[in-house]
Design a binder for this molecule. Sequence first.
Ligand SMILES: *[C@@H]1O[C@H](CO)[C@@H](O)[C@H](O)[C@H]1NC(C)=O
Ligand SMILES: *[C@@H]1O[C@H](CO)[C@@H](O)[C@H](O)[C@H]1NC(C)=O
Ligand SMILES: *[C@@H]1O[C@H](CO)[C@@H](O)[C@H](O)[C@H]1NC(C)=O
Length: 201
Amino acid sequence: MFAFTALAVALTATSTMALPAKRAEPGPWCNGLGAGAFDDVPSFTLAAYNATGPNANSTGAPLVLGTAGAIDGAEFWHFITEASWPYAVTYTSISLVNGTLIPNGEGTTPAQATTVDAGNSLEFVARNSAEPSKGAQIYCAVADTDPAGHGTGHPFLAVNGDTDSFSLCQSTFENVVWYKAAPNRGYNYDSCYPVKVQLIY
Ligand SMILES: *[C@@H]1O[C@H](CO)[C@@H](O)[C@H](O)[C@H]1NC(C)=O
Ligand SMILES: *[C@@H]1O[C@H](CO)[C@@H](O)[C@H](O)[C@H]1NC(C)=O
Ligand SMILES: *[C@@H]1O[C@H](CO)[C@@H](O)[C@H](O)[C@H]1NC(C)=O
């Protein structure tokens, strides 16, 4: 009985010492995004909320990963509207881990986030040797902290510290999310309209 009590005391002491497990500050990829910024979300999907026009609901248009081309041994993926993707969805959820996005899906090839420059889409390279946890650390989530409650109720995605520069633009077959959309980049620039990319979970 004494031994048992001593053990309990020891355990209590240990767990008290280990206590300050306060949530880690988000990394530098969240710099400048305010108190609502965070960089770890285990599982979500994305949706595009029309920033200037009408929305059917507070979620916006669901987004999925669609193919953006392939080379020998590697396939590229980026976010397109689910409505413009005619195939089964392979990467069914996304994780935000330590500033990178990790696509998840049963039996899928590992996909690693690449850097995102102006005029480009949010790309991933999938190949057997990819290391998703070592993808570009450029993503952050930003919860709405407006006390007036003007948000949609869903956190916004930021890339390169920026939640305000996403657009949906029509390509030949797909409606793709672009960062700082620009003319002459292989999509119909005139079709672009600004969106907020939202994390839905
Ligand atoms: C989003 O809003 C723009 C106006 O800024 C409009 O032209 C566009 O059709 C809207 N998109 C959808 C899907 O409703
Ligand atoms: C919200 O509206 C979009 C169309 O923009 C639709 O595809 C989606 O299913 C709707 N989501 C919900 C939760 O109603
Ligand atoms: C998060 O990223 C930083 C910078 O690349 C790295 O030093 C750290 O080990 C990572 N943390 C985890 C839990 O992977």
